[in-house]
Design a protein around this ligand. Structure first.
Ligand SMILES: Cc1cc2nc3c(=O)[nH]c(=O)nc-3n(C[C@H](O)[C@H](O)[C@H](O)COP(=O)(O)OP(=O)(O)OC[C@H]3O[C@@H](n4cnc5c(N)ncnc54)[C@H](O)[C@@H]3O)c2cc1C
Length: 283
């Protein structure tokens, strides 16, 4: 797809220089990472691109403490093939990425561009379930939870997303991801990511996050509390899945009705928690 309206193309070598192009929030200027979303959805009045390939990092650093730092220009393919991400939280990241779009898309899409685009996503529910944080540059650097990045609409304000940080993982922890779509390459009708941490013999933390409702992500906090109180036995999982169905708000969309999405909330939550329980038992 050609973009005849583009009159200026910048390729800054520092974050400060990139910021000088985008800081005033002009709607005619856009940051360019992989370009897969921008090519399709940039409004016609965009005339300036700021290519951040030279100034943002594209590496994945597994730190000694077990946390992982992912540079914003890292592609989904590089994340999918990374060993540290492959073993983090029972491998939930590659599990989700292997079904995202198609190989050509994953070779070029970046984690920074994906999160900044802020739309329906398979990635966001997983990062929310993992309590991930993002680093943004707005004249200086700030680190915040991914939840805050969206809740406070930081993603809509002038900023450069520079890093994603996965926190130190708890020893007895597992996560799982499921999506339901009409075809393997289609956008999901619904997705769910669950993460459970054990503290001794008790559930310490529980995260149940639904995406494509069609909102980006919603936590089923009532279902999370239920699992914390009742554990991961089959009956507790069924009851938690019913709670999730009651509390997650769904809407009609072009791929699924609200009613069908609510049905999927219950089914996918139940399957996802059952898989987490299996992974924890296998450890
Ligand atoms: C055919 C197709 C299939 C897809 N299938 C799926 C799917 O199954 N599941 C799914 O979750 N997604 C899917 N997607 C969405 C896809 O994941 C996104 O298009 C992609 O991740 C965007 O990343 P990018 O690097 O190309 O972003 P870009 O297009 O470069 O940028 C996206 C937006 O973010 C801004 N931006 C870019 N980088 C930064 C930064 N570092 N800081 C601040 N702002 C920035 C840009 O200005 C732009 O507004 C699909 C997309 C396509 C085209």
């Amino acid at each position: 797809m050609s973009r005849p309206s583009i009159a200026e193309y910048h390729r800054p070598s520092t974050v400060e220089e990139a910021w000088s192009h985008v800081s005033d929030g002009s709607p005619s200027v856009r940051i360019l990472s992989g370009g897969t979303d921008l090519t399709i959805s940039a409004p016609p009045d965009v005339d300036t691109l700021v290519d951040v390939a030279r100034c943002l990092d594209h590496s994945i650093e597994a730190r000694r403490d077990g946390s992982i730092r992912i540079g914003a220009m890292t592609t989904f393919t590089d994340m999918l093939l990374n060993d540290a991400l492959g073993s983090y939280a029972a491998g939930v990241m590659p599990e989700m990425l292997s079904d995202l779009g198609n190989p050509l898309l994953r070779n070029i899409s970046t984690i920074g561009g994906h999160l900044a685009r802020g739309k329906l996503s398979d990635v966001v529910p997983v990062l929310v379930a993992l309590d991930a944080e993002v680093v943004v540059y707005q004249g200086d650097e700030k680190q915040m939870t991914i939840q805050r990045y969206y809740d406070e609409s930081v993603h809509r304000s002038p900023h450069l997303l520079t890093e994603v940080v996965l926190p130190v993982a708890v020893k007895r922890s597992a996560a799982a991801f499921l999506r339901f779509a009409r075809t393997a390459f289609d956008f999901p009708m619904l997705n769910v990511c669950c993460r459970i941490d054990f503290d001794g013999h008790m559930v310490g933390a529980a995260r149940i996050v639904c995406g494509a409702t069609p909102l980006r992500s919603q936590r089923a906090s009532g279902a999370e509390s239920w699992i914390r109180e009742h554990g991961l036995e089959a009956r507790a999982i069924e009851a938690a899945a019913r709670r999730a169905r009651e509390e997650i708000h769904t809407r009609d969309g072009w791929v699924a009705s609200a009613e069908y999405r609510s049905h999927l909330v219950e089914v996918l939550t139940s399957r996802c928690l059952t898989e987490v329980a299996r992974r924890l038992a296998a450890r």
